[in-house]
Design a protein around this ligand. Structure first.
Ligand code: 13P
Length: 253
């Protein structure tokens, strides 16, 4: 059975003290009321070690939002997959549309990052998703397939099992516009079909595919009720404990 996952992506919002306080609050809330799904929080690099020390690792996974495309060496300002792992983190988000767009991360760069993350024992939350223009031209399926082919379909089936896919339509990120549950389910089923075509039905059945883009407590139950939506990757609504817990609780409905 594939995992149900609710993952937070804090992005560049909280300072260190705010991040530690939020992690503590979430850890307390989930200790008091055990979640019905895997919970992961992905934080800026500088938060990782401190947040790791306040989380119960059996209850909440920890991840970075990026890692370098080089193993080590003279790359001023970069943070390697090995460094991420050494903080206690188990995950890394790669391929987020904000990284692709603002930092010009290409499929080739992402392919390197994925390989380094896996080689260092990290699980990868790999993001894919189309722009509004591509959706309006009905190109969403070819866009997501090309993103998978460009950076993760080179992996062995064994390594692909360490990938969680996050479908995040760019037009729904931070805009308040969520894909409808039907729109999301349609493309999630398509994505699972692509995985089945490449790795076979069993691998596809075991791959968690998360939805991201203005997901909140009010729309999560409808999204998560769909057969091919295995949870969410949450931006804005992961920054307050009550909001994030509301989404986690969608798995209890
Ligand atoms: P929002 O939930 O703020 O729309 O962000 C989604 C996202 O980009 C998660 O990676």
């Amino acid at each position: 059975m594939r995992k149900k996952i609710v993952a937070g992506n804090w992005k560049m919002n909280l300072d260190l003290q705010e991040g530690i306080a939020l992690a503590k609050e979430l850890n307390e809330a989930l200790t008091a009321e055990k979640p019905n799904c895997d919970v992961v929080i992905c934080t800026p690099f500088i938060h990782l070690a401190s947040v790791a020390s306040v989380l119960d690792a059996n209850l909440i996974g920890l991840g970075a939002e990026n890692c370098a495309d080089k193993e080590k060496g003279a790359y001023t300002g970069e943070v390697s997959a090995k460094m991420v792992k050494s903080t206690g983190a188990q995950y890394v988000i790669l391929g987020h549309s904000e990284r692709r767009e603002y930092y010009k991360e290409t499929p080739e760069i992402l392919k390197e990052k994925v390989l380094l993350a896996l080689a260092n024992g990290l699980k990868v939350i790999f993001c894919i998703g189309e722009s509004l223009e591509e959706r309006e031209a009905n190109k969403q399926n070819e866009v997501v397939k090309a993103e998978l082919e460009g950076s993760v379909f080179n992996l062995s089936a064994e390594d692909f099992a360490k990938i969680v896919i996050a479908y995040e339509p760019i037009w729904a990120i931070g805009t308040g516009k969520t894909a409808t549950a039907e729109q999301a389910e349609e493309i999630h089923a398509y994505i699972r079909g692509c995985v089945a075509e490449k790795y076979g039905a069993e691998v596809a059945e075991n791959t968690s595919i998360l939805y991201g883009g203005s997901c909140k407590a009010s729309n999560a139950p409808e999204l998560f009720a769909k057969p091919d939506i295995d949870g969410g990757l949450i931006g804005g609504a992961s920054l307050k404990c009550a909001d994030f817990k509301g989404i986690i609780d969608a798995w209890k409905k």
